[in-house]
Design a protein around this ligand. Structure first.
Ligand code: BV8
Length: 243
């Protein structure tokens, strides 16, 4: 695969697959999260309306898993941090993931388009608070000082993802778009590759264990574990682009 020289603007999209080797469950793989839960029960406003406690528990469980001492950034997260540090042009990560593994290894430019597991939001004031503990309908809201107003700061199905304007602007200018560890099952993230391709000189790469439902939209497919393939890809990019 030829990685162009003089790249100016790299955009990376990550999905649950990049965190799988850190011990975080994906959604649609074997034993994935959606195997044990009905998506619309735990990741939709209607589900939250119907049974808030089930939704609080779903996210409390995932937050506990994320904060367990066996979970840490893996070689793929670390390689992306190295790319951010050593690439002279613009570099952005758009993540569908709600974990903080990109940030834990020091990556700065992360856009959490589907929200963050370690944040909660007051439904009244829209204020967002960081939290590492469980919370539910009985937890007092730090701004209203009463219970019943807190929800996970997560984008559920039917809700509009965060920072779409900024994302569209980044995609309109990139000359390298790399999608890592996502099944391409969820929109609008699944169509970001098309937005990137509207720039004539943008090279698009999909890195995954195997083909996905959007593979045909990519110029190059790299199959294998992201913890193996992404460090190699980063080396190749830096070799061709280090001034
Ligand atoms: C929107 C919450 C409108 C966070 C998630 C009816 C009504 C409204 C909307 C819709 C509708 N019908 C369809 C839609 C659109 C809908 C949608 O796409 N539905 C799908 C199911 C068809 N989208 C929405 O509702 C979105 N909002 O449309 O608003 C709008 C939009 C734009 C402008 C105006 C209006 C909101 C989508 C966000 C939903 N929230 N989750 C949470 O709980 O985490 S989505 C959920 O799926 C996660 O966030 C996750 O990020 C996302 C995608 O999953 P992946 O990350 O790809 O993970 P997955 O398990 O699927 O795949 C893992 C991959 O990794 C696999 O390919 C595997 O091979 C690979 N892998 C595994 N191990 C490795 C690996 N790869 C490399 N190395 C490894 N080691």
């Amino acid at each position: 695969m030829i990685i162009s020289k003089n790249l100016k603007n790299i955009v990376v999209l990550t999905g649950a697959g990049i965190s799988a080797e850190s011990g975080i469950d994906t959604f649609r793989d074997q034993n994935g999260l959606w195997e044990n839960h009905d998506i619309m029960d735990v990741a939709s406003p209607q589900g939250f309306e119907r049974n808030a406690q089930l939704v609080y528990e779903f996210y409390n469980q995932r937050r506990k898993q994320l904060l367990s001492d066996t979970v840490a950034p893996n070689a793929a997260h670390i390689a992306l941090k190295k790319l951010e540090d050593n690439f002279d042009g613009e570099f952005s990560i758009i993540t569908q993931n709600v974990d903080d593994l990109h940030e834990r290894c020091g990556t700065k430019s992360v856009i959490h388009m589907h929200g963050e597991l370690l944040k909660m939001r007051c439904v009244k004031t829209k204020e967002v608070f960081t939290t590492k503990s469980n919370f539910d309908e009985f937890t007092n809201c730090p701004c209203c000082l009463e219970s019943g107003n807190l929800r996970p700061h997560i984008v559920w199905f039917g809700e509009i993802p965060f920072q779409l304007g900024k994302i569209e602007q980044l995609l309109s200018q990139c000359d390298l778009f790399i999608s890592i560890g996502t099944s391409g099952s969820v929109y609008p993230a699944a169509m970001f590759v098309q937005l990137a391709k509207s720039n004539k000189n943008c090279l698009t790469i999909e890195q995954n264990l195997s083909e996905t439902q959007v593979s045909e939209n990519f110029d190059t497919l790299i199959h294998g574990s992201s913890s193996i393939e992404i460090p190699k890809l980063v080396e190749e990019i830096l070799k061709n682009n280090n001034s």
